[in-house]
Design a protein around this ligand. Sequence first.
Ligand code: ATP
Ligand code: MG
Length: 258
Amino acid sequence: MSDKPEEKLRRREERYDRERRVRIKVGEDLETMEGVFDGRTLMTVMHMLNTGRLSELQGAMKSGKESRIYHGIDPKGNELAVKIYLTSSSIFRQGRLKYIRGDPRFKDIPHDTRSLIDQWALKEFKNLQLAKEAGLAVPTPIYVEKNVLVMEFIGKNGVPAPHLREVPLQAASSWYDKIVEMLKDLYDKAKLVHGDLSEYNILVPDGYPMLIDFAQAVTIEHPEAREFLKRDIENLNNYFKGLNVRTRSFERMFKVEE
Ligand SMILES: Nc1ncnc2c1ncn2[C@@H]1O[C@H](COP(=O)(O)OP(=O)(O)OP(=O)(O)O)[C@@H](O)[C@H]1O
Ligand SMILES: [Mg+2]
């Protein structure tokens, strides 16, 4: 790096500009964010803003049972989805343990709920990575820090893509076939079972299905992987039966003995 005075000055100006921008963004949002986040989450979000992982975080788009999804912008102006796991619920621990226990990637299960939630966010990140690497249509995972996961935004101009449920389907049976194909790829190539498949966890960005919400997904070695897979297929089948599609059983789909 050159040490010429003008170069130094330029760098300093750039840094000043960047810091000011971040401060302005945080300043504007701080008031509302403080009401929503606990201190630790706020620190994590601020750290992401300060290190240029994020340049803006806008209002909550969706509130799930245990997370909130925010619309964010990266320094290049790309849209992001920021999933923040809420750390308050103790039911969380009860409900989630069975998806972490038995997953060989997570041998040490933390005792405190906060660390468990951080693991939960990391688990979703890793699952998305595996699915993406296997060529599945899922949001690209970008970054995870503590209980905050940053991923590709599915939608446009801050408006998330509709859920499968909201989309009137032409030729519903070909949509069914396509999603079954995805489940099989998820199993055979990514070696994962989704575990919470429903018409709400499938988004339809541009006329094709995309799977989301991977925190509970388990590797196929998990002792209950088969049960989770059966349940996913049952949910999918129930939805498509409602659209008069002839569905297939788990046994036929995965060619196992009945
Ligand atoms: N990457 C994304 N891009 C755009 N929208 C998203 C993205 N991820 C999630 N969403 C939106 O946020 C909603 C909740 O996300 P997700 O299902 O991952 O969270 P959750 O806490 O498990 O929610 P729930 O308990 O309702 O299933 C989704 O249904 C979808 O509308
Ligand atoms: Mg969901």
